[in-house]
Design a protein around this ligand. Structure first.
Ligand SMILES: [Zn+2]
Ligand SMILES: [Zn+2]
Length: 194
């Protein structure tokens, strides 16, 4: 649908330009559809970009700059001094049990989320960075919305399928690219845990 809409916009634009005369010269404009390979390459690279810059959840969509200066411009704020990779960490409760602080299981819904600064200060993390983990109406869906390869969570099964189709194809199209993608994810997670 996106490709069709793009073509429609391209043809409409060509129509407008075709009616123009610039410096006494008639303008000829034509929409040239991109090749299948070009479309596939752009869908693939946009999925890689999406994984680095976007986190989805049922009621929250976060789009942030990454730390790669070749990709994104520098942050104008010092947000990264609080949130290492720019993403808000998921909400989760913290409770005192015996002599330690723990994160209760997501089935325990009678607890309050700990404030952001407390979650950042206490050196324990939930097993996954899933924002909807404590959302009772969605908890059943979480497994179906989480990528089994890179553990990224999506707000819909369809988005997960698009992600997996492009980045984890059954027959790797470009295994070197996929390997470098995994290395980047691993490196970011390792840096974030320091
Ligand atoms: Zn970036
Ligand atoms: Zn994945």
């Amino acid at each position: 649908m996106e490709i069709q809409n793009f073509q429609f916009a391209g043809e409409a634009l060509a129509d407008v330009w075709n009616k123009m005369v610039i410096d006494g010269h008639e303008v000829y404009a034509e929409y040239i559809p991109p090749s299948k390979e070009t479309v596939e390459a752009s869908v693939s690279s946009s999925q890689e970009w999406y994984c680095c810059h976007v986190r989805e959840s049922q009621y929250l969509l976060q789009i942030v700059k990454c730390r790669d200066s070749n990709c994104c411009s520098l942050y104008r704020s010092n947000l990264q001094s609080i949130l290492y990779n720019g993403f808000m960490i998921p909400p989760y409760p913290l409770i005192q049990e015996n002599s330690s602080i723990i994160i209760p299981p997501s089935t325990d819904i009678n607890v309050k989320f700990a404030p952001l600064l407390t979650r950042l200060a206490v050196n324990i993390q939930p097993s996954s960075q899933i924002y909807d983990l404590y959302c009772p109406s969605i908890v059943q869906e979480i497994q179906n919305r989480t990528c089994s390869f890179c553990k990224l969570y999506f707000a819909s099964k369809k988005n997960l399928q698009t992600h997996q189709k492009v980045l984890h194809p059954k027959i790797p199209v470009d295994s070197a690219r996929v390997r470098s993608y995994y290395k980047a994810i691993y490196r970011r997670e390792k840096e974030a845990s320091i």
